[in-house]
Design a binder for this molecule. Structure first.
Ligand code: AP5
Ligand code: ZN
Length: 218
């Protein structure tokens, strides 16, 4: 299984990616998680990316395309992969297409903007695994600790209300166009075209998981 998860910031891509990667036994390629790991490691890439991420902008296409192509050469990607947060611009999508890096499905998770700020303000993450919680909608079993490792959860630096608004604006300006891009490609029936599936991301997390599984099996 090879797929792309599309959706606004906070739509639940990371949350659903955790279920999908388990079911299909594929790696989750989250470009956001990769950049946050680079920040934590204090690398040059991390330092440059932090400024852009904290401002709610996008890291340059060249850097992101290089990072993903490099990740795909690792052996765990040979049986499939899940893209979470990539591609995010037409240039990134075209680069994948030109390199013949295709997917079986593009799954769009649709959540209206009104729900996003509330989701982000209550988000807590486990940096080691990328597992995501919400203090009200998807709380961890023990207060502020990851369910599996018991390690502390963190709040992301870019989850401040004004940064979230900027990220949403960037999504509408640069990423939303990919919905039409992949939908059109899917309908073309051309070789390499993915199947396009759209589900609502509003409702309980396990209900959306079931909808995602159903969408990916037809
Ligand atoms: P990235 O980490 O990709 O952030 P994002 O796309 O903005 O998405 P999020 O991770 O914020 O949301 P999500 O959809 O994963 O939702 P989640 O499951 O966590 O990117 C961060 C930054 O890195 C970018 O701004 C950019 O600067 C840079 N970057 C990354 N990739 C790049 C690229 N390709 N090119 C250029 N720059 C790039 O859920 C959110 C919250 O909602 C959680 O608290 C969760 O528990 C809760 N929740 C989930 N499902 C539900 C539900 N059904 N009901 C209620 N609450 C729910
Ligand atoms: Zn995410």
């Amino acid at each position: 299984m090879r797929l792309i998860l599309l959706g606004a910031p906070g739509a639940g891509k990371g949350t659903q990616a955790n279920f999908i990667k388990e079911k299909y036994n594929i790696p989750q390629i989250s470009t956001g998680d990769m950049l946050r790991a680079a920040i934590k490691a204090g690398s040059e890439l991390g330092m440059a990316a932090k400024k852009v991420m904290d401002a709610g902008g996008l890291v340059s296409d060249d850097i992101m395309i290089g990072l993903v192509k490099n990740r795909l050469t690792e052996p765990d990607c040979s049986g499939g992969y899940l893209f979470d947060g990539f591609p995010r611009t037409i240039a990134q999508a075209d680069a994948m297409k030109d390199a013949g890096i295709n997917v079986d499905y593009v799954l769009e998770i649709d959540v209206p903007d009104e729900s996003i700020v509330e989701r982000m303000s209550g988000r807590r993450s486990h940096p080691g695994s990328g597992r995501v919680y919400h203090i009200r909608f998807n709380p961890p079993k023990a207060d502020n600790l990851d369910d599996l490792t018991g390690e502390p959860l963190i709040q992301r630096d870019d989850d401040k209300a004004e940064t979230v608004m900027k990220r949403l604006a960037v999504y509408h300006a640069q990423t939303e166009v990919l919905l039409g891009y992949y939908n059109k490609w899917a309908q073309s029936g051309l070789p390499g075209a993915p199947k396009y599936r759209r589900i609502s991301g509003v409702g309980p997390v396990d209900q959306i998981r079931d909808a995602a599984f159903a969408a990916l099996s037809d």
